[in-house]
Write a protein that binds this ligand. Structure first.
Ligand code: CA2
Length: 153
């Protein structure tokens, strides 16, 4: 593992469109803006960061599988796959890493089909409705989870 523990931040389908459509729901920032804010936050927390996005379920699953032994935790905005993918849930469980799930919007104030996510079953915590700040809060929570895990080991 690298000198600093690293966190894998995964972003699911369509999040590459952030800032270009539906700003009233998802805000005006691009995913690149969020990646930069996460990099600064991770640095301040003494963490390394690997920030990725894919529109492909299989790619997200492979990255999740590969995280074991390489990363200390996973922050994930599974986007639409959170509501549909048992395979992504299985990969998160197989990773045996601490997981924090993030959603930009408050999924509980939206359509009923967004209220449930399979992936949250693998998550220690979920943050939703706070826009891009949710990613930064998730990194803070992850830093604590990693520290606590080390203290217990
Ligand atoms: O609120 C979130 O972060 C979501 O994970 C975003 C997903 C949605 O399916 C989840 O229910 C909640 C959608 C991501 C789509 O992102 C877009 C960004 C800009 C324009 C259009 C879609």
């Amino acid at each position: 593992m690298a000198k600093h523990p690293t966190v894998l931040v995964l972003n699911g389908p369509n999040l590459n469109m952030l800032g270009q459509r539906q700003p009233e729901i998802y805000g005006r920032e691009s995913l690149d803006d969020i990646a930069k804010a996460c990099a600064a936050k991770a640095k301040g927390l003494g963490l390394g960061l690997d920030f990725r996005q894919s529109n492909h379920e299989g790619e997200l699953i492979t990255w999740t599988q590969d995280a074991r032994g390489r990363h200390a935790g996973i922050v994930i905005n599974p986007a639409g796959y959170g509501h549909s993918s048992i395979a992504l849930l299985d990969a998160l469980l197989v990773s045996e890493l601490p997981v924090v799930e993030v959603h930009l919007s408050n999924i509980h104030r939206r359509e009923p089909f967004r209220h449930h996510t399979y992936t949250s079953q693998a998550a220690t915590g979920i943050i939703c409705g706070l826009g891009s700040q949710g990613y930064l809060l998730a990194l803070e929570a992850m830093a604590n989870l990693i520290k606590t895990k080390k203290a217990r080991a």
